[in-house]
Ligand binder design. Structure first.
Ligand code: CA
Length: 227
């Protein structure tokens, strides 16, 4: 997932970004509401980890704005306050879940996984493309029953391609969901990763799933002819 962390405590924001990246997410950080609004205008996020006490206002304002604009992004609110009125107010304003500081990173990851599962039409528990099966909770992929050894980024790329199986994805779309804002659009990183992934997923003798569409991008599609 591509996740926006809105948190003004630098040490906590850093720890969250590191932990989330380790769990194969692409992460951007904003320390203020204004910074978050700028990033949200530029990028598409799947989920947001939102602190309530920010230097330029309450995270709840942002959650409400997003819901009013029709956003269905998962929003996990972080708060130092654990009182019932706060909790109710947060959920009224569009937050999906709450986490009271201090919390363990494992707890945050578990909550995010639960939010992923809560939107089954967007995030099925298992992704199946022909004989390729991906388990987002366990972050593993198997083909013909055999586990495919993948690095964190390779896994994230494969999961994104599988979620959009049959659709041709451009490099900008891929980088927006798999890499963070430090991705250099002029680099050939995506091509390098796709090539590595192809070697691991499309072993000799298997139906090729991963295709390059000249001038357009890449697609994971068992029906497509190899060109
Ligand atoms: Ca804060």
């Amino acid at each position: 997932m591509r996740i926006l962390v809105v948190e003004d405590e630098a040490a906590l924001a850093d720890a969250l970004a590191r932990g989330l990246r380790k769990a194969a997410h692409a992460v951007d950080v904003a320390p203020t509401l204004a910074g978050a609004r700028t990033k949200l205008a530029l990028e598409e996020y799947d989920a947001m980890v939102l602190d309530l006490g920010l230097p330029d206002g309450s995270g709840l304002t942002l959650a409400r704005e997003l819901r009013e604009a029709g956003s269905r992004m998962s929003i996990l609110v972080l708060t130092a306050r654990d009182t019932i009125p706060d909790r109710v107010r947060g959920l009224d304003h569009g937050a999906d879940d709450y986490l009271v500081k201090p919390f363990a990173l494992e707890e945050l990851l578990a909550r995010l996984r639960a939010l992923e599962r809560r939107a089954p039409e967007l995030r099925p528990t298992e992704l199946v493309v022909a004989d390729l099966r991906i388990d987002p909770a366990a972050r593993n992929a198997r083909r013909g029953g055999r586990e495919i050894p993948l690095t964190t980024t390779e896994y994230a790329l494969l999961e994104f391609l599988a979620r959009n199986a049959g659709t041709v994805l451009g490099r900008a779309q891929i980088s927006a969901h798999v890499w963070d804002e430090n991705y250099d659009p002029l680099s050939n990183l995506i091509d390098v990763y796709v090539a590595r992934l192809r070697k691991k997923v499309d072993l000799p003798g298997l139906t090729p799933l991963l295709h390059t569409v000249r001038g357009a991008g890449y697609t994971l599609d068992p029906q497509r002819d190899t060109a």
